[in-house]
Design a protein around this ligand. Structure first.
Ligand code: SF4
Ligand code: FE
Length: 488
């Protein structure tokens, strides 16, 4: 079965024996839990689009490993055009879910590990690349969802992994056996971790001599013995436990992050793709970061499109849509989302082929894209809150609207131009959830720190900016160095 349907994906999660914790309690049926289910629905959309005729070109592709039709989320990028399609698919999914749909982390990790394992084998004569290809075929043939697990908890950030007071602050190998390795540690705020069938563990930063046990890359089923998920809280999450659907805003979809604890987890050798080759931790980190920073040029403009739509609707309800300052602010919002998307697309079209044959985005453009993402969604939220009005944070609850005693007052005093109170409350709740409520993590703090915090981008931008060439250009034009000779 190469292409699961959304329902088949949801049903497949029921077979997992994952150890999931929320509010201090073990959750036996995480699939139907009202706080977790929206995040499952968001990933389910990545399966649904693969069956929609109009999205075949974006959502599916042919595997270079098996020759079969597969979901793009488990594919290698075999051209710049593949990356363009990825980013366009992400924008469309952002528009349809209004939140983080989580599956991109695994896709971007797969591509980073594929090219890096090829280069490790080239240098060390190891067999990681062939192993990785076999594992990836299994993922593609079963259309599994993969979580890319990179971010360690890090402890004291001024201290190398092997010098930490507590050795488990970075995931590391605690035992090497004839049949495999045992790893220990924890991966922090892992996107889509509970909803994935498999996790692909990678180092979180450049490892150096002495850090060999920490230079580990491997894959394991997410319900492996010793794996524990502690579900992350989201603003207003308990609204999902209430009656009704208005106050949640984006009721059907949501993001998901969890602390993933790896408490002495066994991984057989055929699932180990790096073990001690410290010099290859940097390529895998940089390539994953490049891929995922480019991805933000897809999902974030897509979510921004929804926010713009909701904001414009609010200005119409309020009868101010034609005011020049309103149109100006909406134009500004559109400028911001298109700039985000343009940068993501630029990173794709300027990409390069790796030695392994798959493609990497342009590192400078990918980092500029993500740097913009650390800023523009905040400005989009500010403009949306400006135009939607203070009712965003003062509206009555759905229970008040439905109340036999006071519902008539809510209906009377919240009706708007051409629409009743319920429609207005729904749109306000959607903006509330996207700007600082339930799905806001996807658009605010997650825009800041997801795929790396802003300083990580600044470092990469500085490295890639070629200041010497820029200085040379200036010196020539200033006449300090010899000017161009047009007669040449
Ligand atoms: Fe995908 Fe965006 Fe979520 Fe990353 S933040 S997993 S790119 S939707
Ligand atoms: Fe993210």
């Amino acid at each position: 079965m190469a292409l699961k349907t959304a329902q088949e994906y949801i049903d497949s999660l029921r077979t997992l024996k994952s150890d999931v914790w929320l509010f201090g309690e073990k959750i036996d049926n995480f699939v139907d839990h009202p706080i977790i289910r929206p995040s499952i629905n968001a990933i389910a959309m990545t399966y649904k689009i693969a069956h929609e005729p109009e999205w075949q070109d974006l959502a599916t592709t042919t595997s270079n490993l098996t020759g079969e039709k597969i979901n793009r989320f488990s594919a290698l990028f075999m051209s710049c055009d593949d990356m363009v399609k990825k980013v366009k698919m992400q924008r469309m999914l952002g528009q349809r879910t209004g939140c983080c749909f989580q599956r991109c982390v695994g896709m971007d990790a797969i591509n980073a590990v594929y090219s890096t394992t090829f280069e490790i084998d080239e240098k060390h004569g190891t067999k990681y690349h062939e192993r990785f290809k076999e594992w990836l075929k299994y993922i593609q043939q079963n259309d599994l969802c993969v979580q890319g697990a990179m971010t360690d908890v890090k402890g004291d950030r001024g201290v190398r992994p092997h010098l930490q007071e507590d050795p488990d602050m970075f995931v590391h190998v605690v035992e090497k056996r004839d049949d495999g390795i045992v790893i220990r540690g924890a991966k922090a705020h892992q996107t889509g971790s509970v909803n994935s069938h498999e996790m692909l563990i990678m180092p979180t930063l450049t490892m150096r001599e002495g850090d060999e046990d920490y230079a580990v890359c491997c894959a394991l089923p997410s319900d492996s013995p010793g794996v524990h998920f502690i579900y992350g809280r989201q603003s207003c999450d308990k609204r999902k436990l209430e009656e009704g659907d208005i106050d949640v805003g984006n009721f059907l979809f949501g993001g998901q992050e969890a602390l993933t604890v790896l408490d002495d987890v066994f991984v057989p050798w055929d699932r180990v793709f790096m073990c001690g080759e410290v010099e290859f931790s940097n390529p895998v980190v940089e390539r994953f970061a490049g891929n995922h920073r480019q991805s933000y040029g897809g999902c974030k403009p897509g979510i921004g499109d929804v926010l713009i739509g909701a904001t414009v609707a609010m200005t119409e309800y309020n009868g101010v849509a034609k005011a020049s300052h309103v149109r100006d602010k909406v134009a500004e919002m559109n400028h911001l989302v298109e700039t985000l998307h343009a940068c993501g697309l630029a990173a794709c079209t300027q990409g390069e082929k790796t030695k392994a044959g798959n493609y990497q985005p342009d590192i400078l453009m990918a980092n500029v894209c993500k740097m913009n993402v650390t800023r523009y969604p905040y400005e989009l939220c500010r403009l949306s809150e400006d135009l939607a009005g203070g009712a965003l944070v003062t509206i009555p609850s759905e229970a008040d609207l439905r109340s036999p005693e006071i519902g008539k007052y809510v209906s009377k005093y919240f009706k708007a131009k051409d629409v009743g109170a319920e429609e207005r409350l729904r749109m306000l709740a959607l903006i509330n959830s996207m700007t600082f409520g339930l799905t806001a993590p996807s658009y605010r703090t997650e825009s800041m720190h997801g795929a790396g915090s802003p300083q990580a981008m600044k470092v990469m931008i500085e490295r890639q900016s070629n200041l010497d060439e820029k200085k040379k250009a200036a010196r020539k034009l200033a006449g300090i160095d010899e000017r161009e000779n047009l007669a040449d």
